[in-house]
Design a protein around this ligand. Structure first.
Ligand SMILES: O=c1[nH]c(=O)c2[nH]c(=O)[nH]c2[nH]1
Length: 294
């Protein structure tokens, strides 16, 4: 019996690197969690145990740290830092044919206008997934953990009924979600910082202002707003848990409750996911890190 090695990749996950720009006044900083995954000529490392072509994961970690200095300007934005890293691995390590770099960028706000004090802003994490191979480069930007809520202008009714359906239709509900969004750029040159702000604003502005007939409908509206806001974006993907807020029955206490007091349920939750793209077609799933890593 012979077997075949299927998809394989390796690298260093979650390298936590902070880069401070001391030449700036006030100081600036970026705070990254960088994961590198390499593919290439690594069959023998698995099938015979010969590690001659294996760039160590320790070296991958060292590369992240070194490029934070050597490519300090690129490191100012997660997308350009990920591009510098991925281009290095594919360009300088002959046996690497595909490099994928994922970065989570943690946000720090300046504290009380001091030149060197910061407060971690935990309201979202900025993300990027960059893939470089001989076939080209893809850059996906994103955010996760952005929790939003609206107190009205949200309905949900007219849904399919079967014998297990008990949900009551509503013309006025609280809608809340924790937005995870990723958007694919059509080129790997951009003003990444300005583009991120434009897309994030489009998402939050639309969530707040667009009248909603379902979370699905809101994803559609937000996706169109992203494509309107950023010409560089070819498609945007959302994964959004419906953070249900249930009106509590206060009648046992002789109280009415006209949508004022809610139970914020944490599970189970509806999970609504959609891709909104500029053109017909399958989109570019490969750019969105379908890699191993379950
Ligand atoms: O926006 C919603 N979409 C659904 O598909 C759904 N299903 C459900 O029970 N509540 C909701 N809300």
């Amino acid at each position: 019996m012979t077997y075949v090695l299927g998809h394989n990749q390796y690298g260093k996950a979650e390298v936590r690197v902070v880069r401070i720009y001391r030449d700036a006044d006030p100081h600036e900083l970026v705070d990254y969690n960088v994961s590198v995954a390499l593919q290439g000529d690594f069959t023998e490392a698995h099938t015979t145990g010969d590690q001659a072509k294996v760039l160590t994961t320790d070296a991958c970690k060292n590369t992240v740290n070194a490029l934070a200095k050597e490519h300090g300007d690129a490191a100012r934005q997660p997308e350009s830092f990920a591009l510098a890293l991925a281009r290095h691995f594919v360009g300088d390590v002959p046996q690497v044919s595909v490099a994928r770099v994922n970065i989570e960028a943690y946000q720090w706000d300046r504290a009380h206008e001091t030149p060197h004090g910061f407060v971690r802003n935990g309201s979202y994490v900025r993300t990027t997934t960059v893939t470089v191979s001989d076939d080209g480069e893809t850059v996906v930007s994103g955010l996760s953990g952005l929790t939003v809520l609206k107190t009205t202008d949200s309905e949900f009714h007219g849904f399919y009924q079967d014998k297990y359906t008990t949900l009551q239709p509503t013309n006025d509900r609280v809608m809340a979600t924790e937005i995870k969004a990723q958007w694919l750029h059509s080129a790997s040159e951009n003003d990444w910082g300005a583009s991120f702000v434009a897309v994030k604003d489009a998402i939050t502005e639309t969530f707040a202002n667009a009248y909603s007939y379902a979370l699905q409908h809101t994803l559609w509206e937000m996706g169109q707003a992203v494509l309107d806001a950023a010409d560089s974006v070819a498609e945007v993907r959302f994964s959004c848990p419906n953070k249900h807020h249930f009106v509590i029955d206060l009648s046992p206490f002789g109280l009415d409750n006209p949508n004022e007091v809610f139970h914020a349920d944490d599970r189970p939750y509806g999970l609504i996911e959609a891709t909104i793209q500029r053109n017909e077609g399958p989109g570019n799933s490969a750019a969105f890190d379908p890699g191993q890593g379950w």
